[in-house]
Design a protein around this ligand. Structure first.
Ligand SMILES: [Cu+2]
Length: 147
């Protein structure tokens, strides 16, 4: 009985490790598409996958923007110069930022499964762009790739 239970648990764990992928996003001063970027800026994952934001250069962080995330989704806030990992549990589009460089358009997008909340996010883009000093078109470009 105990052995059967144990083997069932092991089989379940094996199944999880096969389906859940690990992704890495670099936080960079200079990327292939410009300065102050997350790479890749648009990351498509499956629900259950883990994303790690890696401080490739100094002075960055990653934190999700709750008002531009799926309703009820668990967010994340990484410290400056620190890696942060998040397991995405809710389907939809997540917009996140580097707090020190938000005004420079250091923004990224994670799409988990279907982009179910893309319209709600698109509606908030004009207000966010107004607050940016540079790279104003970036988020629109990213979101075009997200759907
Ligand atoms: Cu930054």
């Amino acid at each position: 009985m105990m052995l059967r239970l144990l083997s069932a648990i092991i089989a379940t764990m094996a199944a999880i490790s096969v389906t859940a992928a690990e992704h890495t996003v670099q936080m960079k001063n200079q990327g292939s598409t410009g300065i102050m970027v997350f790479e890749p800026a648009v990351l498509k994952v499956a629900v259950g996958d883990t994303v790690t934001f890696q401080p490739s250069d100094m002075g960055h962080n990653s934190q999700s923007i709750p008002s531009m995330s799926p309703a009820g989704a668990k967010g994340w806030t990484g410290g400056i110069n620190q890696a942060v990992s998040v397991t995405i549990e809710t389907e939809g589009v997540y917009i996140y930022k580097c707090q020190p460089h938000l005004a420079l358009g250091m923004i990224g997008v994670v799409v988990a499964g279907e982009a179910t909340n893309i319209e709600a996010i698109n509606a908030k883009v004009p207000a966010m762009e107004k607050a940016l000093l540079s790279n104003k078109g970036r988020l629109r470009e990213y979101l075009a790739q997200a759907q």
